[in-house]
Design a protein around this ligand. Structure first.
Ligand code: NAD
Length: 502
């Protein structure tokens, strides 16, 4: 079969699939096979406009749908997603490559946000003050924004969209989602599920595409806000362009997460967690640990323990229950692998080279095994840049202070972790480190749904984090009403002075 004979992943506009209009398509790969299995249409500006129009027409009736009815639909979506999450996990594995249990894990974390969204009536309640002046009351309430745009990355094709759209929809907005063109099917599957849950047509739309589709959303006059997750250079572009076009914007960017290991830490626990956080999802997680900062004298012992564990990891096709799957595309695998040479040239020691891996999978799969680099110089691009693959770097530092200084001097501030049994050191760490999400003996500190998710510095552009309390503010705007019901005896007659609260 040539790539032109492959099935096409449709857009989803106004409650129905739409096969690509226009001629541009991109192949969608099964990374474990290394072959294209589908095509996806890349929307042009007209298709984006169709989706935005559908969302704009659906907005007023959806906003004015009773809270009870909206809540019932979100509950139904939650039930359906929970019942059928196995289907979605299979879709994710077939396009992203992560192992099935990991795909199930990302859906579970997404479900948490749906569950949070079911409680929206309490979280968008207004305030009321009686008699702020004689016979005058003031109250506030929150209204949805309108059409909200969501642009998501390849690494969590279900969870990242689920960080945003359950809350956005529950509080009365309508949505146009532009998922990653590398693994687009999960978004369409969730759109079908919303329809089954009873969501009116046009409230949730999906357009596939690349920069053209993204720009269509960023500049569209009827799009009120943009929620973006992806790499830092694109996040910065999104933030600036969307803001210039008058939109509310939150743009979450890349990461380089450090794990600081103090000499009193339990090194077996640390080695286990470094493996989990470094190589889970083949390191394609924005909260993956990519640097272990080993405070003297733990490095030699820790490197030996991590190397032992890597030897037992099984890499292979995610449907065969290995520990780690392939990378998402051939280009990405090659780019990640190139950092091994960069590090070696800069003086690092390659302790385990993932290019030597023997995977349990098809020969053309996008394989790269767990890689361990030691003595990585902090001037090397292997240290300063986000690699986003299964490459774990060990950097040796002489003290807690040197470790914290290194973390704080970096470009990113997404996640970090400290491993120690010293409560005082951990407390100092959480106080001094310039990072948005911190783990204490926890390697991937992704907050639960009722705390917001987001980093500092070049890991988040904009004021609002994802999900949690901040999502309810991001997806609504407040009105304050000052009200007096006049009665002839108390209205006070004509007075041109500035209104005072007497
Ligand atoms: P990416 O930046 O390449 O793509 C993200 C989205 O932007 C996709 O929908 C893509 O189609 C679109 N896009 C790509 N190029 C564009 C361009 N030139 N103009 C406009 N839009 C464009 O990111 P990715 O490779 O899909 O995902 C991995 C990145 O996402 C990593 O950097 C990772 O750290 C980051 N990420 C961050 C978080 C977080 O919460 N901070 C979470 C997940 C992923």
């Amino acid at each position: 079969m040539t790539t032109t004979d492959l099935p096409v992943v449709p857009h989803w506009i106004d409650g129905a699939p739409l096969e690509t209009a226009g001629s541009r398509t991109a192949p969608v790969y099964n990374p474990a096979l290394g072959t294209a299995t589908k095509n996806v249409g890349l929307a042009d500006a007209a298709t984006v406009d169709d989706a935005v129009r559908a969302a704009a027409s659906a907005f007023a009736p959806w906003r004015d749908t009773s809270i009870a009815r909206r809540q019932a639909i979100v509950f139904r979506f939650r039930e359906l997603l929970n019942e059928r999450k196995g289907e979605l996990a299979e879709i994710i594995t077939s396009e992203h490559g992560k192992v099935l249990s990991d795909a199930a894990g990302e859906i579970q974390r997404g479900l948490e946000v749906v569950e949070l969204a079911t409680g929206f009536p309490h979280l968008v309640k207004g305030e009321y003050s009686e008699n702020v002046s004689t016979g005058v009351d003031v109250y506030s309430f929150k209204q949805p924004l309108g059409v909200v745009g969501i642009i998501s990355p390849f690494n969590f094709p279900a969870m990242v969209p689920l960080w945003f759209f359950p809350v956005a929809i529950a509080v009365g907005n309508t949505v146009v989602l532009k998922p990653s063109e590398k693994d687009p099917s999960a978004a369409v599957w969730m759109a079908e599920l919303w329809k089954e849950a009873g969501l009116p047509d046009g409230v949730f739309n999906v357009v596939h595409g690349d920069k053209t589709a993204v720009d269509g959303l960023l500049t569209h006059p009827d799009v009120a806000s943009i929620s973006f997750v992806g790499s830092t250079p694109i996040a910065q572009y999104i933030y600036e362009t969307a803001a210039r076009h008058g939109k509310r914007v939150q743009a979450l960017g890349g990461a380089k997460n450090h794990m600081l290991v103090l000499p009193d830490a339990d090194l077996d626990l640390v080695a286990d967690q470094a493996i989990n956080a470094g190589f889970g999802s083949a390191g394609e997680r924005c909260m993956a640990v990519s640097v272990v900062l080993a405070v003297d004298p733990v490095a030699d012992e820790l490197v030996a323990k991590v190397r032992e564990r890597i030897a037992n990891l099984r890499v292979g096709d995610g449907t065969r229950d290995p520990d780690m799957g392939p990378l998402v595309t051939r280009e990405h695998r090659d780019k990640v692998a190139s950092y091994i040479d960069v590090a070696a040239t800069d003086g690092a020691k390659v302790v385990v080279d993932g290019r030597d891996v023997a995977p349990d999978g098809a020969p053309d799969g996008f394989w790269l095994g767990p890689t361990l680099l030691d003595h990585v110089p902090t001037t090397s691009r292997a240290y300063t840049e986000e690699i986003f693959g299964p490459v774990l770097s060990v950097v040796r530092v002489s003290s807690f202070d040197e470790g914290v200084e290194l973390i704080n001097s970096g470009e990113f501030g997404n996640g970090t972790a400290i491993f120690t049994n010293d409560g005082g050191a951990a407390r100092r760490f959480q106080n001094e480190v310039e990072v948005g999400m911190i783990g204490i003996n926890v390697p991937i500190p992704v907050p639960v749904a009722y705390y917001s998710f987001g980093g500092w510095k070049h890991s988040l552009f904009g004021d609002a984090k994802a999900y949690g309390p901040q999502a309810f503010d991001f997806f609504t705007r407040q009105k304050a009403v000052t009200s007096r019901w006049l009665d002839p005896a108390t209205h006070g007659g004509i007075n041109l002075g500035f209104p005072r609260n007497d």
